[in-house]
Design a protein around this ligand. Structure first.
Ligand code: UDP
Ligand code: MG
Length: 311
């Protein structure tokens, strides 16, 4: 049970965020000053001075800790490494770019002390581009219509998790980690606090469109096998039309006059293109799942750690 002696872990994945470390800690440290806390930065293979910037603070303050990966392994892996390392009675994960306001931490802890095992920070308003908002909205709708586990809408990876939830996450053997889904999967009691998501203070997003699409596909494939069913239905649907076309072609060949034989190439062309498209699509869907199985089977290490500071 949470009490005044509880240890609060804060996990912050960082990738090329050198300019954000100081502003973030300037805000964060006063907030956690009176709490028993640790701040774990997971440096996801940054190419800039992110690591040395964090080390400067870690030298002065034992509660600032650092894990550095050998190379970039991705945001979800960095978060997973942080969860594994965190010793807290609860663990808060947040971005380094101050899009997730540290002021909210106190409110999240209040909710946790009331007994909620998960406290989501929900983005009520987003001061972000129209494109980001619309793609996010399509993504949440799509994944929720497909997934058996309801994925909370408009909550990112800014959340508080009780130790029980973190322990569960650490036990998941899967390599592909769509944490938003895995967190919801356990069915722990949850509540949310709301905030307005601002623009990043320094640097650019590390989630361009291509990465967002991959992230979305990963989430869908990890949490639903419905696309495979859709492929089957598409197969039934097109076979039905194929059968009609076949019957018509045979009828035409045997029951209509000879000069009809050579016409009809438009129908042929349309049919080839249509069935070709459907076949590629369904093979693609199956391929996504096979790719996932292949990666799991390979069982390579999920990330490699270069160094740890204060840990
Ligand atoms: N991040 C990371 N590894 C990556 C990409 C991002 O550790 O490969 C970190 C990044 O430094 C930031 C957080 O994950 O602290 C969220 O990334 P970003 O702000 O670029 O995403 P957005 O807020 O635009 O969705
Ligand atoms: Mg961000």
């Amino acid at each position: 049970m949470p009490n005044s002696d509880s240890l609060i872990s804060i996990v912050i994945p960082v990738f090329n965020e050198e300019a954000n470390i100081k502003p973030l800690l300037d805000k964060l440290l006063p907030i956690v000053k009176d709490l028993r806390s640790e701040i774990i930065f997971v440096n996801d293979g940054s190419k800039d001075n992110t690591a040395s910037e964090i080390k400067k603070y870690a030298k002065k303050d034992q509660k600032i800790k650092l894990i550095s990966f050998l190379r970039n392994f991705g945001h979800q892996m960095a978060l997973s490494a942080g969860y594994l390392q965190a010793a807290g009675d609860c663990v808060i994960s947040m971005d380094a770019d101050l899009q997730d306001p540290p002021e909210l931490i106190t409110k999240m802890i209040d909710q946790w002390q009331k007994g909620f095992k998960i406290v989501y920070a929900k983005r009520e308003k987003r001061d972000e581009s129209f494109f980001k908002k619309i793609t996010a909205s399509i993504f949440y709708r799509l994944i929720n219509s497909l997934s058996d586990t309801p994925i909370p809408t408009d909550v990112g990876d800014f959340r508080l998790l009780d130790k029980d939830v973190v322990e569960l996450l650490n036990k998941f053997p899967e390599r592909s980690r769509f944490l938003r889904g895995l967190v919801a999967w356990g069915g722990f009691s949850s509540n949310e606090v709301t905030f307005e998501r601002k623009k990043r203070i320094h640097g650019i997003t590390h989630y361009p469109l291509s990465k967002m699409i991959n992230f979305a596909l990963d989430g869908i494939v990890s949490f639903s096998t419905k696309p495979l069913k859709i492929a089957t239905y598409l197969g039934f649907f097109t076979s039905f039309f194929g059968l009609l076309g076949m019957l018509y072609a045979i009828y035409r060949r045997f029951f209509l006059p000879h000069d009809y034989w050579v016409t009809g190439w438009t129908a042929l062309f349309v049919a080839i293109v249509f069935f070709g498209g459907v076949q590629l699509l369904t093979i693609g869907i199956i391929g996504e799942y096979i790719g996932k199985i292949y990666k799991e089977i390979q069982s390579r290490p999920q990330y490699l750690i270069k160094e740890k500071v204060n840990l």
